[in-house]
Design a protein around this ligand. Structure first.
Ligand code: GLN
Length: 198
């Protein structure tokens, strides 16, 4: 199995560390060619506007759209969710995202950096106790644009986790808490690879 983490900006090493903890070798992806034989890619949290500019500069936007159309599994966390979304309610000038996930997303919808919080979240498909979800200038989904979108979690009055076939998107930062259940869910349920128990 070959998994990548888009490594242009944001919480890259944290995701790579979780993959390593799970016995999976993760690749820090910077170039379009590196997408070619990936089984799955994580788009990390960071700043979606900066990420989009860097993706364009490196030609990764076009390559990523093609990889998504080919059916590469992908998980966008926080800014990564914004990048994947079809509509961005409060996009800055020129920000379009990749347009792959049929939802409308609202950036920074739970407030500013100082409003960051960790909250227990019930997530459909995860066993056991509530997931410790860290929200940092997090987006939320306000509208579902395709009936095939599966809603996995809500926070306040927004949708904060969705699945769309081989695409997963979460508003919060699952790489910051030491709880690896969502990474396991992505690998086993979305990518479709069995993890070896360690
Ligand atoms: N607010 C950021 C954005 O619009 C996302 C924040 C994050 O990824 N933690 O891109």
């Amino acid at each position: 199995m070959k998994l990548g983490v888009l490594a242009l900006q944001g919480a890259v090493s944290e995701h790579l560390d979780v993959l390593n903890d799970l016995g999976v070798e993760g690749l820090a992806v910077r170039y379009a060619e590196e997408l070619e034989d990936l089984d799955g890619l994580i788009l990390p949290g960071g700043e979606s506007t900066t990420l989009e500019k860097l993706m364009r500069r490196f030609g990764l936007d076009v390559a990523l759209r093609q990889a998504l159309e080919r059916g590469m599994a992908c998980w966008g966390t926080c800014a990564g969710m914004i990048l994947l979304s079809q509509e961005i309610a409060n996009a800055i000038n020129g920000q379009t995202g990749l347009g792959h996930l049929p939802v409308k997303v609202v950036r920074n919808c739970f407030g500013r950096q100082v409003d960051s919080c960790e909250t227990p979240l019930e997530i459909k498909g995860l066993q056991g106790e509530a997931f410790p979800a860290v929200f940092i200038r997090a987006p939320g989904v306000s509208d579902i644009l395709d009936p095939q979108i599966e809603v996995l979690a809500h926070h306040q009055d927004m949708i904060v986790a969705v699945r769309y076939g081989r695409v997963l998107a979460t508003s919060f930062h699952p790489e910051l808490t030491g709880d690896h259940r969502l990474h396991k869910f992505f690998i086993e349920q979305v990518v479709g690879c069995k993890l070896v128990e360690r």
